[in-house]
Design a protein around this ligand. Structure first.
Ligand code: KIV
Ligand code: ZN
Length: 509
């Protein structure tokens, strides 16, 4: 058996996905889920990029025990020193430093000669090694670099102390045969002196295929993200490569990962919840329809023998097998806690558990049937809660087909309730305008999504709002969960505002 290391970069490359920024609490929550999933290494951020990244890496380094925590750093001393500092509390840590090696990047972006790039790479790795035992070096845009130069850089950085050499297809340009050839060449050059790693982008839809070609030619580390999130068209989807290795043992033989595939679904849901970016319904492995059989012929075949139409089972990925009709209003705290454990929420503080139980009871009073998905949504809301600078107290909406919609809202801030009202061109507009009047912030709405958490007319509504509160600064995401969609809207918008306020001092200048 030979192990493939899974290097998850959802918190770094994934977060570079347009609109996917996360607050610190959300990052910590996701890091704990990645640990349960069993990733070998998680790239928790880019410490020098912003105080927010630095703080998130430090917090993650303190709480995660079983995965190596990594920070990205450009090949410059300040970045490497910041990375080392952020990783200080980690049980196992790695610095990942990089510089571009392709002619186009060296000439136009870096404005450096190849010999200068080589020198900088070696110096960066030496400095990183003086601060951390485990150092990874990436040749950015490796797959458009001259292969002779790549080999020269590879041998030099390994000599300087790099233990992993990553060869990214930064712009997602290569075809599988081409990527396989690059890895084969590098493998023949470095042998067992370092672990070769692939990091593929999905611009031509080939990230997963290219990663597999890398593995077949000697790479033993795979860089990937949950749901394939990432810069532009994204990165290699973790769930896809892992399930391919597991399902096609006839091709991949003894290659194994440490991933607990039963945690894939929970990880995918969490990333979608936090970022507001949901995989398309027909997305392999984690899409809503990935295990749905619509045609009668298929259903008939499935009933006779599941493997007629299914190559994997939904339970292998941790997809709940039924709607999980749960406890009702008479259920006690112990049964509720049991349910949470079965859903994977086993690291809750007493306060979080109490709050969730209270919300569950309120929900049971209002909703006939409470499903696992409802509980999961309540808990995710609870677990990623940040300081509530503004809190919704009450809301009244008026909307009729001939009149002007208006909202009257009362919000708690610093223990004082503030009330105001505004009209809008619809109820949502009126709500957001009223909140702006009360808070004094003028948010720009970038995205608004509403979905039912489970089924039925009385389903909980989940609203995801993306809003910008400062020009040219990242938009923040807020979630609102309520039986009433408009109440959920107000909660989501306030959530985005609170998230912005909690991160304001940590955003890059
Ligand atoms: O795509 C890329 O080249 C990267 C590197 C920084 C590893 O993300
Ligand atoms: Zn990348």
């Amino acid at each position: 058996m030979e192990m493939i290391k899974i290097f998850d970069t959802t918190l770094r490359d994934g977060e570079q996905s347009p609109g996917a920024s996360m607050n610190t609490e959300e990052k910590v929550k996701l890091a704990l889920q990645l640990e349960r999933l069993g990733v070998d290494i998680m790239e928790a951020g880019f410490a020098a990029a912003s105080p927010g990244d630095f703080e998130a890496i430090s917090r993650i380094a303190e709480v995660v025990q079983n995965s190596t925590i990594c920070s990205l750093a450009r090949a410059i001393p300040n970045d490497i020193e910041r990375a080392a500092k952020a990783l200080d509390g980690a049980k196992q840590k790695r610095i990942h430093t990089f510089i571009a090696t392709s002619p186009i990047h060296m000439e136009f972006k870096l404005k450096m000669q190849p010999n200068e790039v080589l020198k900088r790479a070696v110096e960066a790795v030496k400095l990183a090694r003086s601060l951390c035992e485990d150092v990874e070096f990436s040749c950015e845009d490796a797959c458009r670099s001259d292969i002779g130069f790549l080999k020269e850089v590879a041998l030099a950085v390994i000599e300087a102390g790099a233990k992993t050499l990553n060869l990214p297809d930064t712009v997602g340009y290569r075809l599988p045969q081409e990527l396989g050839y690059i890895i084969k060449e590098l493998k023949s050059c470095v042998g067992d002196l370092a672990i070769l790693s692939v990091h593929c982008h999905n611009d031509l839809g080939l990230a997963v295929a290219n990663s597999l070609a890398g593995i077949q030619n000697g790479a033993r580390q795979l860089e990937c993200t949950i749901n394939g999130l990432g810069e532009r068209a994204g990165n290699t989807a973790l769930e896809e490569v892992v399930m391919i290795l597991k399902t096609r043992k006839d091709i991949f033989g003894d290659l194994e990962t440490r991933i607990n595939t039963k945690e894939i679904y929970a990880a995918s849901k969490l990333v979608a919840d936090i970022t507001g970016i949901c995989p398309q319904p027909n997305k392999a492995i984690v899409g809503k329809n990935a295990f749905a059989h619509e045609s009668g012929i298929h259903q008939d075949g499935m009933l006779k023998h599941r493997e007629t139409y299914e190559i994997m089972s939904a339970s292998d990925i941790g997809i709940p097998q039924d709607k999980g009709l749960v406890l009702g209003k008479h259920s006690g705290r112990a049964a509720f806690k049991d349910k949470l454990t079965s859903l994977g929420f086993n690291d809750l503080t007493k306060e979080a558990l109490d709050n969730a139980f209270e919300k569950f009871k309120v929900l049971c009073d209002k909703k006939k049937e409470v499903y696992d998905e409802d509980i999961r949504a309540l808990l995710t809301e609870e677990a990623t809660k940040i300081p509530q600078v503004f809190e919704l107290l009450a809301m009244q909406i008026s909307s009729d087909s001939n009149g002007v919609p208006y909202a009257a809202i009362s919000i708690l801030k610093d223990g004082i309730s503030r009330i105001d009202a505004a009209i809008g061109n619809g109820s949502v507009d009126a709500i957001l305008k009223t909140i702006d009047r009360i808070s004094g912030y003028n948010g720009i709405l970038k995205d608004y999504k509403v979905e039912a958490v489970s089924e039925g007319k009385d389903a909980l509504a989940k609203v995801v709002v993306k809003a910008e509160f400062e020009p040219n600064k990242p938009a923040f995401i807020g979630h609102g969960l309520h039986l009433d969609t408009l109440q959920a809207t107000a909660k989501a918008y306030l959530g985005a505002l609170n998230s912005y306020l909690s991160m304001r001092s940590l955003i890059a200048k």
